[in-house]
Design a protein around this ligand. Structure first.
Ligand code: UD1
Ligand code: CA
Length: 494
């Protein structure tokens, strides 16, 4: 392996307006696979370990600057002034650097090229420094070069870049395009930018003019041709953003499969690059895994499951579930139709079943909340069975309160825990119990009032109704039946 080369600085250009996105959200803040476009650019830049990382901002300055600083607090923010163009942007970026940083290699990238990898960027720096070049541009061969700057060569040597709008017929025929990503010798860059004017079709100070100037000065100007076109592709509108998102996902899903995850349907599976999956995991169709989600060996997720920052233990099963900020213990099962909210911690070999919502609840090993209910702000011990339709009434309209349930507890259907309340180890509840007071160890809590049946109430109070008619028919049928039974008995006896 070669020794990685660390540039003095990476300058990420992020001052443009991105109007084709047609959005009130600045383009570079649009998310792709859970990270903003500028976030991807900064991650890649940071990964090659520059001494300084600069982002040049202007459009929606405050919002963009805040986002950048939240993403990476060590990024130096540089403001572009009224002079437009990529050359001016870089000049403003250089001005934000300390004097001693204006030597060595300076890399320039864009804030809207999210698939660029640290490997390709460090290849660029390696080639640049290895050849002792003044400038090395990352280029690509494309079918349709319309709109891009074209790389101009004399033999193998790069002599300049011409913008599409300034190019003549023969220059427009060139299919090697400028990606906008470069490695520069800092001294050459600083000097050349002073000579760049805004006399061109767009009235901008072009960074691309630096190449011709460096060549004229006698410096070597080279190109690294990116074979992987996606890595130099920018997201200018929502169509390109979507295509880049699909491609990034395809790469992440393929990497997961190569590392030992079975993905039944890659096209309907979305896995963010930040997700980690152990070997022998299975992802069923319609599943989306976001953020810091981790899936341990042998676990199966899906179908139709969305997990954000969820830790899934070994061999667990998570079916048709929407979860965030939760921990699912080894060997446990969740779903179908389950909503896990932040702070849910399910122990090992437990269960949260169909139509359950949970929030801020710790559930001990082997405990089960099998069907229909809500558990919030609660603690449940080990080996407890929470009956069907149980609900923690955790909110009194003003404050939230806790429900604490011990080990080996059995609660019957439709128990309501009116928090704050505690149930000791081995406690039981009766069906429909509304538990307002603590239940001691081993006690059965019953709150149901004695049942009273008001005979004939429906026929008196709902005369002629379908229910009354059904009741009458049933009454007649049972009267006839008892008559017949009596008759038969008489006959036999007589
Ligand atoms: C630029 C290149 C072109 C290349 C293309 C690749 C120049 C003159 N042209 O063209 O050769 O093929 O990128 O996509 O460099 N930006 C600023 N400040 C500015 C202008 C732009 O920060 O004043 C930033 C933008 O936010 C964007 C990047 O620079 O991230 C590129 O700007 P854009 O206007 O898209 O450049 P192009 O005209 O496409
Ligand atoms: Ca562009």
């Amino acid at each position: 392996m070669r020794t990685p080369v660390r540039p003095t600085a990476v300058i990420v250009l992020a001052a443009g307006a991105g109007t084709r996105m047609k959005s009130s959200l600045p383009k570079i803040l649009h998310p792709l696979a859970g990270t903003s476009l500028i976030g991807h650019a900064l991650n890649t830049a940071r990964a090659i370990e520059p001494d300084h990382l600069v982002a040049v901002v202007r459009h929606e300055r405050e919002e963009v600057a805040r986002h950048i600083s939240e993403h990476d607090a060590d990024v130096v923010l540089a403001d572009q002034d009224d002079i437009p163009g990529t050359g001016r942007a870089v000049e403003c970026g250089l001005a934000a650097l300390p004097e001693e940083a204006l030597a060595g290699t300076v890399v320039v990238t864009y804030g809207d090229v999210p698939l660029l990898t640290p490997a390709l960027l460090s290849d660029l720096v390696f080639e640049h420094e290895g050849k002792g070049s003044a400038v090395t541009v990352l280029s690509a061969e494309v079918q349709d070069p319309t709109g891009y700057g074209r790389v101009l060569r004399q033999g193998d040597e790069v002599v300049g870049i011409v913008e599409h709008k300034d190019a003549d017929e023969s220059q427009r025929a060139v299919r090697e395009i400028n990606s906008g990503i470069y490695a520069f010798d800092a001294a050459v860059l600083t000097r050349a930018l002073q000579q760049v004017s805004t006399e061109n079709a767009q009235g901008e100070k072009y960074l691309t003019d630096v190449l011709a100037i460096a060549h004229r000065e006698g410096g070597r100007v080279s190109a690294v041709v990116a074979e992987d076109r996606w890595q130099v592709e920018g997201a200018n509108d929502r169509v390109q953003l979507q295509a880049l998102g699909v491609e990034l996902n395809r790469r992440v899903v393929e990497a997961a499969m190569r590392a030992g995850t079975t993905v039944v349907d890659p096209a309907s599976t979305w896995i963010e690059p930040t997700v980690t999956l152990e070997q022998d995991t299975t992802i069923l169709p319609g599943t989306q895994l976001h953020g810091a989600t981790h899936v341990a060996a042998g676990a199966a997720i899906g179908p139709d499951t969305t997990l954000t920052d969820v830790t899934v233990g070994q061999g667990a099963k998570v079916i048709r579930t929407h979860g965030a900020g939760a921990v699912i213990g080894a060997g446990s099962s969740v779903g179908p139709f389950t909503y896990l909210r932040p702070g849910t911690v399910l122990g090992e070999a437990g269960k949260i079943g169909a139509f359950y919502e949970t929030k801020n609840v710790r559930i001990g090993d082997r405990s089960k909340l099998s069907h229909l209910g809500y558990a919030g702000d609660a603690e449940i011990g080990e080996d407890s069975n929470i009956g069907c339709g149980n609900i923690t009434a955790n909110y009194d309209g003003v404050d939230k309160h806790r429900t604490v349930i011990g080990d080996h507890v059995r609660t019957s259907s439709n128990t309501v825990f009116v928090a704050p309340v505690e149930l000791g180890d081995g406690a039981y509840t009766g069906a429909g119990a509304v538990v307002r007071q603590d239940v001691p160890h081993g006690a059965l809590a019953i709150t149901a009032a004695q049942q009273r049946n008001l005979e004939g109430w429906v026929e008196r109070r709902r005369p002629g109704s379908e229910a009354a008619q059904a009741a009458e028919r049933a009454a007649r049928a049972s009267a006839e039946q008892s008559e017949n039974t009596e008759g038969a008995g008489e006959h036999r006896n007589g």
